[in-house]
Design a protein around this ligand. Structure first.
Ligand SMILES: [Mg+2]
Length: 192
């Protein structure tokens, strides 16, 4: 019998996974939830995985929107999740970029994906067993960060009909397909 050694998480990129990636989304008016995201989080919670958001936000460093704008948008977004009885564990964001326009944000960061810093902090904050956790991203940098952190299942959302998938990589065309995979992969009795 398998013994639970830690908590499991669904580590979600934000732009292109939770909302339509329109490029540097900093305000509620531009934030459009992707179809299937609430359902995916619901299935994850039912399977014992805590949704956590891990997002690069270079738009702050580039001066396109402020830290306050980001926090305002985040509070609104979390409210939309809560209204559907979905509690997001935490939102980790990285405002830094090596070429940021604002000097206080212009630097390399261990947090900025493809680096694993934010995922490792989530691991420590929530006592996560990353080997039994799932990451969903829409860029190679998301997948690289997950692998570097030791996440067991790193899923790439392609936003296009799936033709062929590399054998060492989990790739899906829609959030609904990821939900179906997750429901199967984490089926059965779950210790909570
Ligand atoms: Mg993305």
């Amino acid at each position: 019998m398998e013994v639970d050694t830690g908590n499991k998480a669904l580590l979600l990129d934000r732009d292109g996974v939770i909302n339509v990636d329109k490029g540097y989304v900093g305000r509620v008016e531009a934030f459009e939830f992707l179809p299937g995201i609430f359902d995916l989080c619901r299935i994850a919670l039912d399977a014992g995985l805590l949704p956590i958001i891990i997002t690069n936000q270079a738009g702050i460093g580039r001066g396109y929107y402020s830290e306050d704008d980001f926090q305002t948008l985040t509070e609104w977004m979390l409210g939309e999740f809560r209204a559907r009885r979905i509690d997001i564990g935490r939102v980790y964001h990285c405002p830094y970029h090596p070429e940021a326009g604002l000097s206080e944000y212009r630097r390399e960061s261990f947090d900025r994906k493809p680096n694993p810093g934010m995922i490792l902090r989530a691991r420590d904050d929530f006592g996560l067993d990353l080997s039994r956790s799932v990451l969903v991203g829409d860029k190679d940098s998301d997948i690289e960060a997950g692998r570097a952190a030791g996440v067991g299942f790193n899923i790439k959302l392609l936003h296009e009909p799936l033709t062929a998938s590399a054998p060492d990589r989990l790739e899906f065309g829609t959030l609904q397909a990821i939900r179906d995979w997750l429901a199967r992969a984490f089926a059965g009795p779950v210790a909570r």
